[in-house]
Design a protein around this ligand. Sequence first.
Ligand SMILES: [Ca+2]
Ligand SMILES: [Ca+2]
Length: 193
Amino acid sequence: MLSAAVLTSACGPGKVVVEAPTEQPKVVAMNLLSKEGIPLESACVAAGPERCFDAIDDNCNGVIDEGCGIGTGLLQFTLAWGDSAADVDLVLTEPRGGKIFEGNRTSRTGFRLDRDCPGEDGCHGQNIENIYFESGDPPRGKYTLEVKLSDLRGAETPVKVRLGARVGGQVFSAQLELLPGSTTDKKTFTFEI
Ligand SMILES: [Ca+2]
Ligand SMILES: [Ca+2]
C-alpha cells in the first residue's frame, strides 16, 4: 500500500519584497568639444585611494573627489588649482540658457555650485570650484562649460587648473593653463546629453 505523499511548502511566512531599483536616468555625453582644442582624457588610471581637491577621480569609481565634503552627482564639474592666489571661476550654461556660477549658485533644474575658491571658508590653499547635479533628470541638450581666470591677484602665470567632468558614467579630465589676456584667460567646452 502506498502512503500518501506529504506536501510541504518551502515558502516562508512573509512575502518577498522587491525593492524598486534606485535607477538613475541614463546620461551620456555626446559631441564633447574643446573650443581651444585642449585634449580631454577619458581613460581612468587608478592611482590608489581618492585624494581630495585635485579634481581627479583617483580611484576610478566614476566620481570626482568623493568623501571630500563637496557635492557629487550624475553630472559634476570640478576645478582644482592648488594654492594659487588667482581667482578662477566655473560657469555652466544649460540648454535653455540658464547659468550656474558664483552669482547664481542654484538652478531650478537641479544644478548647484557649492564651492567658490579662493576667498570662502574651507579653501585652505586647496582651491576648488564645484558644480554638480543634485537629483532628478537633467535637461537634455547642449551645455557649455567655461573656465575663466577672473582675477590673477598677483599669482604666478600660467595658472594651472585641473578640470574634472563627470557626465553620467563617464569622467573626463583636462589640464588647463590660464593667462591674463583676451584669448588666453578663458577655456570653453561644449557637450550634449
Ligand atoms: Ca573617485
Ligand atoms: Ca580626487
